[in-house]
Design a protein. Sequence first.
Length: 621
Amino acid sequence: MLKSLFFFIRFFLFWLLFFFIDRLIFILINHKKVAHVSLAETTATFYYALPLDLSMTAYIAVIPLLSYVFWLLNGRKVVELKWLSIYNTILVCLFSILSVVNFNIYREWGSKVNAKALDFAFSSPKEAVASSASSPAALSISLLILLVTLALFLQRYVVSRKLNFTANPIWLRGLLCLALMASNFLLIRGGVGVSPITQSRAYFSKEQVLNNGAVNTEWNLISSILSAKMTKANPYLYMDHKQANQDIKALYTPLKDTTVNILNTKRPNVVLVIIESFTSDLTKTLGNEDGITPNFDTLINKGVLFTNIYSPGSRTDKGLIATLAGFPTLGTGSIVKWPEKMQKLPAISKSLFNNGYNTSFYYGGESEFDNYKAFILSHNYQKLVDKNNFTGNEMKTRWGKFDELVFQRQLSDLNREKQPFFSTILTLTNHEPFEVPGTPKFKGTDNVDKFKSTSYYTDSCINAFLTDARKQVWYKNTLFVFVADHGHLYPKNTYDISTPQRYHIPLLFYGDVIKAEFKGRKFNNIGSQTDIAATLLTQLDIPAIDFLWSKNLLNPYSKPFAFFSWDNGMGFIDHQQCVTFDNTGKMILYNSNEKDTSQTSKTLDYAKAYLQNVYRQFIEL
């Protein structure tokens, strides 16, 4: 009977070897990020990965274990295991696909494949295919074939094909069955400790890529799916509610309620241009990059630039809500997945509509993607134009219509719009797979040059839009607000998802309605996309009291700070310091002032209080 236990040893060995190969490929793909790390620390990744790998293998072993128990108690002497080869092969193929997807998602998002990625793939398959088009197809297919081939080879020589049982008393067989099921349960749970195993068990290094490499991909995905369904309990409880409230109140209470008035009118038209992936690094002014956004850099010298603005998140859904509703990010998850909660948020469009503005929204893609349409239509946008409102196949990318065509449509409609109007456009072209109509500006074939080319194209579309707008009667009474939806890894291809530079974006107020003495001015206080609502509405003399997470950037007494988050991580930045923190590994990932431990603790407490209160409001909505 004990010989039959080798079946489980060989089964576990097979899956641990599969996860070892998967992890090795992950590290090799990300070798540039760990080139400066010692071989010993990199090798330690495989050791710290064992608890989660064993837990995942124990999950996989549940069906074989139940089969083993059945045959052992049934008294069979020999059992053929052909079905086990089919079972393993199916899982190998599925896990190999997940691994390849994970390699590409990690390159783009800085996090492993999770519930958000899975939801993205199933709810918006066309957009998912378009987004993945920039991934190296040949490499991805090669890795998939390699993983499957190696796994099938290992299965042939490692996994048992037959079970041989010896005659033993039923009570002994029963005890063995209980022992096996208990052992497997403990492996799934991660031991007999008070709390079950979490991803943090795999965290051991200051290098985030090694921590992510140690986390089992499939285990992480399952955990992410289960966590995504939990909206009744706040996962971010760091301190007493009273203390958290005091910290946030202190941040949002200015020493004096005043503002710098930069406009020569209180009722201008407002055109809000939210630019896809238009990170500060694209510009000469903020990123010291030549020739990518020449027109935008020219506009900067004629408008009001906010130089230290940070996006709260790294995806469009979060940037859209932050800009239009002044609502921050939630770490894991996004409020767009809960339309019933999202509808309760305030919005710039709603405030302006209630003050006599005609409102419209323009987007070249599918507005139903990520519930954009649900937000737009529930917040007093009177007109929505998306790719379904265009006929023909001209100027079409895999995501939708090129920016050029959408700007032209917006301009044509605004010429017939009654003033004052508030019109929003969300650009599209500067998104994976980075396609442009005609010849790209930058000739390289890698993603960096493609990204620079689409950025240059969008910049030219903005210039053409403004050139034509200047000929219209409504132009002189119009404020143009330009902001990115989020930052990006490119064009620098340097900053990790946990560094503040990844979230640095431009915010520009532009137009003839700006007073002459403010044209060309730069305001350097730190702020966020969420601050656009209070800043804009205050200039229009419209109350912004409903925007709890928005402060007036043009109030000299507002406290300068910004909060941002990614999948289960967060950061806080002010003029004293920036600290980013990983909630899974419970470790600081970035610290701009490591020597000042007192300030570090204070900055981190602000980040924790912020996320705790944001999530609490999300639950209560």
